[in-house]
Design a binder for this molecule. Structure first.
Ligand code: ZN
Length: 488
């Protein structure tokens, strides 16, 4: 069973094992059901936590606090509950916010004066309708279900005012204002306005944002709809996508591929993830050409991007193809090449993150360079092993002279082609796949072998070679291991 389950399953609180976003931006809140949690507590991520339950009486800085003169609201602030708002501490509630910076701007499109909920994302204020946000079993439904003081008085706790006006908005973290605006544009859309997402010219970057943020806030069916729309567009269900969004087209840059993989993995859409992985492998393989030409440059760039994405999201097939291709494109100058391109950081930091320039692949980390070198050595050893080990195949019924006839001739032919000038010198020492393909062709053209083997045995022998090549292709990533990394 795939590691990634259906989109619905990703709504659970258990993050994917390789999900680096699960504990940060993809988790909008900690526990919506925690009694007494304020909206801002819910919406924010650590380390911003309030201390509302601690009274000033037992606070360690009691003397200092009592000497402070907070700008309290004289009309309603009578509580002695201690709390923190931003960096300002005091006694009372959110009416202290007069001293805070209110440079936030109202959004031009989604600030409805008659709406009942103010939300701040970055420095932008949105005033929207609760019933729109709370639909579809979203995380906002949990937020709004927390106890609210409908009277609007603030004599109990600061949380009762959050979201009711510009001074006390519900603050969301981890999103950009543009991301939130895109989500609202969908939630407030009429059906005809959604037609664009069902065409080949659908705005893929916008769909990616939608998919990500809808999943983050747990919009049950809407997020699944967005994922399906994204997959349909990318897979060509509505026709070939626009060139920059067509994953088969070189105009579709690697940063977009990486973003799609990220969304597919975070949202748990295995089909989309596998589709992109398969397409990316094909892109790398078909970008071949003259080693001194532009195709070789593109091939290496594709592979270098893919190495980082495959490692980050544990895409083993893509990792195998990417490392292997990178090895072939740089073999012979391996030391110079990787000393120039290798990052000085190890894998524990942000060296894996792509650089801002979408055309420049990230530098290899130390671990990735080790994997590449280990893979180089491992594949050369495999080549030596293949030369001395003839692929076998079972004796078919009716072949009476199999062991001393068919197998003997087959073994002789294998040794010849594995040591032929073409096999030894046309390909790089670590290019096992290239060598095996060439050996298949040489065997096919061996007229002596056609006479020495029965037709059935000859077919079985060729199948054995093909299966061996496919098996090695699938297991390429097993050769690229970091032997310096401690096993945890
Ligand atoms: Zn036979």
């Amino acid at each position: 069973m795939s590691r990634l389950s259906s989109p619905g399953a990703s709504r659970s609180n258990t993050p994917l094992p390789h999900d680096p976003l699960a504990s940060t931006s993809s988790t909008p809140y900690h526990n919506p059901g925690t009694p007494g949690s304020s909206f801002n507590q819910i919406a924010s991520s650590p380390p911003r936590k309030r201390q509302r339950t601690r009274t000033i009486v037992d606070h360690p800085d009691r003397d200092q606090l009592e000497s402070r003169q907070p700008a309290t609201c004289n009309e309603c602030c009578t509580s002695d509950v201690f709390f923190e708002v931003g960096t300002i501490k005091g006694k009372g509630n959110d009416c202290l916010d007069e001293n805070l910076d209110f440079s936030s701007n109202r959004d031009e499109r989604f600030y409805f004066p008659e709406a009942d909920c103010v939300i701040q994302v970055e420095n932008t204020l949105f005033r929207v309708h609760k019933f729109v946000l709370a639909r579809d079993s979203s995380a906002f439904q949990d937020m709004f279900s927390l106890p609210m003081d409908q009277s609007g008085s603030c004599d109990q706790s600061p949380r009762f005012h959050e979201g009711t006006n510009d001074k006390n908005p519900i603050k969301l973290f981890g999103d950009t204002a543009e991301d939130f605006r895109i989500m609202l544009s969908l939630l407030y859309s009429l059906p005809p306005e959604l037609q664009i997402y069902q065409t080949s010219s659908a705005p893929v970057p916008q769909l990616l944002t939608l998919t990500s943020i809808l999943n983050k806030y747990h919009f049950a069916t809407t997020s699944i709809w967005a994922l399906s729309a994204l997959y349909d567009v990318l897979s060509g269900k509505h026709g070939t996508p626009l060139p920059p969004h067509d994953v088969n087209n070189p105009q579709c840059i690697e940063t977009l591929l990486e973003r799609i993989v990220e969304v597919a993995c975070v949202c748990g859409h295995a089909e989309l993830r596998d589709f992109i992985e398969e397409r990316w492998c094909a892109r790398i393989c078909t970008a071949s050409g003259s080693l001194m030409g532009i195709d070789a440059y593109r091939r290496e760039r594709e592979a270098r991007w893919a190495v980082h994405v495959a490692d980050k999201w544990e895409l083993t097939r893509l990792a195998g193809v990417a490392y292997y291709t990178l090895l072939l494109e740089t073999n012979g100058a391996i030391n110079q090449s990787f000393s120039f391109h290798t990052s000085t950081h190890d894998d524990s930091n942000t060296a894996n993150e792509p650089q801002p320039d979408p055309w420049i692949p990230p530098a290899l980390t130390k671990s990735q360079t080790v994997r590449l070198l280990v893979g180089h050595r491992s594949l050369i050893l495999l080549g030596d092993q293949l030369r001395s080990t003839t692929p076998t195949f079972p004796r078919p019924d009716g072949c009476v002279f199999h062991v001393h006839g068919c197998l003997s001739a087959w073994s002789t032919a294998w040794r010849e082609v594995s040591r032929s000038e073409t096999t030894l010198y046309k390909f790089k020492s670590c290019d096992i796949i290239g060598k095996l393909k060439s050996m298949e062709e040489q065997i096919m053209g061996n007229t002596d072998l056609q006479c020495a083997l029965t037709p059935v045995c000859r077919r079985r022998a060729m199948s054995a070679v093909r299966e061996l090549r496919e098996s090695i292709s699938k297991g390429l990533s097993d050769h690229f291991v970091d032997i310096t990394r401690e096993v945890t």
